[in-house]
Design a protein around this ligand. Sequence first.
Ligand SMILES: [Zn+2]
Length: 581
Amino acid sequence: MSRLEYEKHRGICPIHRFFSELVRHFLGHPTFFRSFLLYLPTDYRMKKLFLLLAFGSFLAQAQIKPAPPRAEGDGPHTRLIIRGVTLINSTGAPPVGPVDIVVEKNIIKSVRQVGYPGVPIDPKRRPTAQPGDKELDCTGMYLMPGFVDMHGHIGGSSQGTPAEYVFKLWLAHGITTIRDPSAGNGLNWTLDQKKKSEKNDITAPRILAYTAFGMGSDSPIATPEAAREWVRKNAQAGADGIKFFGAEPDVFRAALEENKKLGLRSACHHAQLEVARMNVLATAKAGLTTMEHWYGLPEALFDDRTLQNYPADYNYNNEQHRFEEAGKLWKQAAVPGSEKWYQVMDALLALDFTLDPTFNIYEANRELMLARRAEWHDDYTLPSLWRFYGPSRISHGSYWLNWGTEQEIQWKENYRIWMQFVNEYKNRGGRVTTGSDSGFIYQLYGFAYIRELELLREAGFHPLEVVRAATIKGAEALGMADKIGSVEVGKLADFVIVKENPLANLKTLYGTGAIQVNDANEVVRVGGVTYTVKDGVVYDAKKLLEDVRNIVLKAKEEENYEITQPGLPQKRPTKTQGAGK
Ligand SMILES: [Zn+2]
């Protein structure tokens, strides 16, 4: 009797065993797999079919294609001189120029003011190029530190986004560092990409891996001791931190404490399932570094209730319920300017707590058509991603079961209060960072980050404060402010270089540019990042975008696919009538 036959005889489903071993072997996440075994149908044949389908989708969910070897970018150079820029250094200083910047390998060696606006530059004031030096003429362009995306999921196979696609979209929008909250493709996968990015072996931003709490554990983490052990293992494995969604309070506190003791950082999306037990105030006190999105903050601000006003028929797994009711949440919190409002804000400020609002990811809630019809979808959104975004009772963040005027109006009000809190927090010395959470809810990698900058501006940030939130504030929250986040001697050479003045119009940072009408009354596109420099490697941002367009074009050709709006039929190729082309 073979082992399979034996197990079948003994009533152990060999299919279970086979797949669970396969999963254990290849993916190292047996817990995840076991948890869905609980939901199996009882009929054996159905079970087999279900398992095959589930395994396929699990595999598909598990990982995306890693980035290919780097074929783009110029450098790092022994010596690189960037000439003639107007510098926004992100220390809070106003723009200044013209400036020449000298980089050796990946380190900024000098930042020199070389003249005055409107006056020819005296060459004697400029750093001289030695033979072999690389000079980059950026006369008249603006230079900022590379952007930090604090909430950058590197896609997932549900979205069908190869790493190359995600990385190039990020770099093309000036993003040189990302924090991967959850390491959704597996910690080892993320660490592999992180190492390759460090060596510039792939075209990618710098990566920080924050493992989802409990990921890879054989059994549920139910005790503080188990939490501490998992945290230690996570640190040993090389993770940079932990992403939480909430946990039993003793377990959560133990994990936060141990993590902090080891010098690692943490992020939390306070999911509604757990937020009643630990809101933002509780997690911040326990040592959490950053809160993601906004959940947990209104709950900390409750002064006439202890729970969100859930209707009787609410079901968390019905995402229309989840997101529709969330749109009424800020109104249930303490009134802006009230004693409670400041009491909570002051407590968070005293803890040096970081808000990572990710405003953009909820924008479809207040204006679904805006997010859905964003012009970049045409050329830059993969068919698989478009399908993932589409209304569904299953895909996360696709809850447009019946989304209309009433929901959007609620959300507009929700944003007003939320933005007021975030802006006041910044004004009173609090740290606010920039995160995108792209790949969900019609928000596309890179483009959504620029949208986030616009929304910080809308919240009341001065454009220079927006740039700081996008750079040095993120660096501080990551514990990397000594290396990145501002343009200063000794720091890493991460830059965003643009032709247009970003302070005048943040839209010029979109890969699709901004629309203007020139003196000849012609409509023109201006902007888009010109160069992104990461670790001293100069990337042609427009070329990266072209690569992405080609990836999308190829995917569409393979499927004969055209993006259409939800509820409308897929467009079929039609015969041209008498067009003569
Ligand atoms: Zn996220």
